[in-house]
Design a protein around this ligand. Structure first.
Ligand SMILES: C[S@@+](CC[C@H](N)C(=O)[O-])C[C@H]1O[C@@H](n2cnc3c(N)ncnc32)[C@H](O)[C@@H]1O
Length: 503
């Protein structure tokens, strides 16, 4: 049995979540890991086991990113992840692992490069970021099959340093740099003080120089017409332009629907705009078309695709649609919850049965371990996990207003006359008493909630009787009554599978 530890970017104190037997994985299940990808890769993903890995890690942008939820015309927002790096004990330990060649994981070039970069850059946020990526890329190289491919999505903030790192990890041991793909888009990046920033960079490497999957047909795109020449249509309805062969001087038909291998700058895939159907409100969500090209070109049906920073699951959703097996990892429960919801919405609830979830609290003890973590960020993760799990990933998460810390969940349901009613979900980490219940009752009154649910560790008959003194919500549609104040324990959620029953 091995132990899963997870970390947050800004406060990465370890929280022991659950014990998972790594030999328990079945070959055809998809796997979704909640936790730090370094720990997950090291503990659970065997050498030479993955066909394709795409990652879209934070870009070192020094920003926090927020998940936006549409809430009947208003937007709710809550922090999704942070991209702020500091030189701390984790960075020091990570750099030592590289310089000391921990478990023989690093090439001599990687060690020399990081030693050089630490002199040039000094021990600050950029080096902390590069150390973190180097540790993970070395693991990704290990777990790729000998004919596997790797795509790292970044932008010009640190892309030039990342290319040095990938060269040092891949090339000295038989790997190869294939392309620097420039993904151009038209949205965002404008400024009056510099040129508009309109592209991301995707660095493409293979573990072997010659033997790797590259499906030519899927790498092909339609030709672009030359804007100075007339587009003609032949008898079969195909569009072409008339061109002159430079060698022979003869005219020939240049058919626009005939594919050619795409060049390394991609202008035919746009970023998602606010109105896009695909959009889930997740910051930095990538378009499915982008992942579709990468997955189709560099893998085949049945292959294993890994996204170690999976966010809202774009890679995983496309891999599922294209009949690939997949592995996703993310450090925040909000992402894990969004992935589950996205897959269920796109492929039906049966798809959930094929997913092995690893790293989430499995019992009361591991839930307590997360809830009592020293790090504020980890404790908030506990609250998000509890609310999202109990609400079947339906709750909208929002930061509590005023002096209260923490977060709460909101679930809406329709009343008889089409009006919206609100259920508020809150989590209490300590023991509760009658005063807490009175406070919760105030929430019902002040926030005009129809029902308030308190997720707790313990409840007893006195507390349950007291909750009933606050009255009931009668639903005129399903003709059921619901206590206005409800208590549900972590044990009920985990062991009895108790889930929110909304009117
Ligand atoms: C740029 S987003 C990825 C977006 C994704 N490509 C999509 O289309 O939704 C980066 C993600 O990496 C996650 N992340 C950051 N550090 C991580 C770590 N050490 N382990 C696992 N996930 C991490 C963040 O929570 C965030 O969801």
């Amino acid at each position: 049995m091995s132990t899963v530890q997870i970390y947050c970017n800004e406060l990465r104190s370890p929280a022991i979540l659950s014990s998972v037997n790594s030999s328990a994985f079945t070959s055809m299940t998809n796997r979704l890991f909640y936790g730090d990808n370094l720990e997950m890769l090291r503990q659970f993903i065997p050498d030479n086991s993955v066909d394709l890995c795409y990652i879209d890690p934070p870009f070192n942008s020094n920003r926090s990113y927020y998940q936006l939820y549409n809430n009947q015309g208003n937007q709710l927002r809550t922090q999704a992840f942070t991209d702020v790096w500091i030189w701390d004990d984790f960075a020091t330990a990570g750099l030592s692992q590289i310089l000391d060649n921990y478990q023989n994981k690093f090439t001599a070039q990687t060690i020399d490069l990081m030693a050089g970069l630490s002199k040039v850059l000094g021990k600050g946020s950029l080096l902390a970021y590069l150390v973190s990526i180097t540790l993970r890329v070395a693991e990704i190289h290990r777990i790729l099959k000998p004919n596997g491919s790797f795509y790292l999505h970044c932008d010009p903030t640190a892309g030039h340093y990342l290319k040095l790192i990938l060269d040092a990890v891949f090339c000295p041991v038989g790997g190869d740099f294939k392309n620097e793909i420039v993904w151009c888009y038209s949205i965002g990046g404008k400024s009056n003080k510099r040129f508009g920033k309109k592209h991301d960079t995707i660095l493409y490497y293979t573990k072997n120089t010659e033997t790797y999957t590259f499906n030519e047909k899927d790498a092909s795109i339609c030709r672009k017409p030359n804007s100075h020449m007339k587009v003609r249509t032949d008898a079969a309805g195909r569009h072409y332009q008339q061109k002159t062969d430079k060698k022979t001087g003869k005219l020939y038909k240049y058919y626009l629907d005939e594919g050619k291998i795409a060049e390394d700058y991609w202008t035919d895939i746009e970023t998602l705009n606010r109105q896009d159907k695909e959009r889930l409100g997740y910051p930095t969500q990538k378009p499915e078309a982008l992942l579709e090209r990468i997955i189709k070109v560099s893998s085949n049906e049945g292959d294993i695709v890994l996204d170690a920073y999976c966010g809202c699951g774009t890679t995983l959703a496309v891999a599922q649609r294209l009949n690939r097996q997949w592995i996703g990892i993310d450090i925040t429960y909000q992402s894990i919850s969004l992935v589950l919801k996205r897959l269920e919405n796109s492929f039906g609830s049966d798809v959930l049965a094929q997913i092995q979830l690893i790293g989430i609290p499995k019992d009361r003890e591991s839930a307590i371990a997360l809830a009592s973590d020293q790090s504020n960020c980890r404790r908030t993760e506990y609250e998000k996990w509890a609310i999202l799990t109990y609400s079947n990933n339906q709750a909208l998460i929002q930061e509590k207003k005023g002096s209260h810390q923490g977060i709460e969940g909101l679930v809406y349901f329709l009343g008889k006359h089409g009006e919206f009613h609100k259920i508020i979900l809150q989590v209490k980490r300590d023991n509760i008493n009658f005063r807490d219940l009175d406070k919760m009752h105030e929430i019902i009154i002040n926030k005009k909630a129809s029902i308030v649910i308190y997720i707790v560790f313990e409840k007893n008959t006195y507390l349950v009787e007291k909750t009933q003194s606050y009255g009931f919500y009668y639903d005129r549609i399903d003709k059921n009554i619901y206590p206005r104040l409800q208590l549900v324990t972590i044990q009920e959620i985990l062991e009895e599978g108790k889930r929110l029953k909304s009117p």
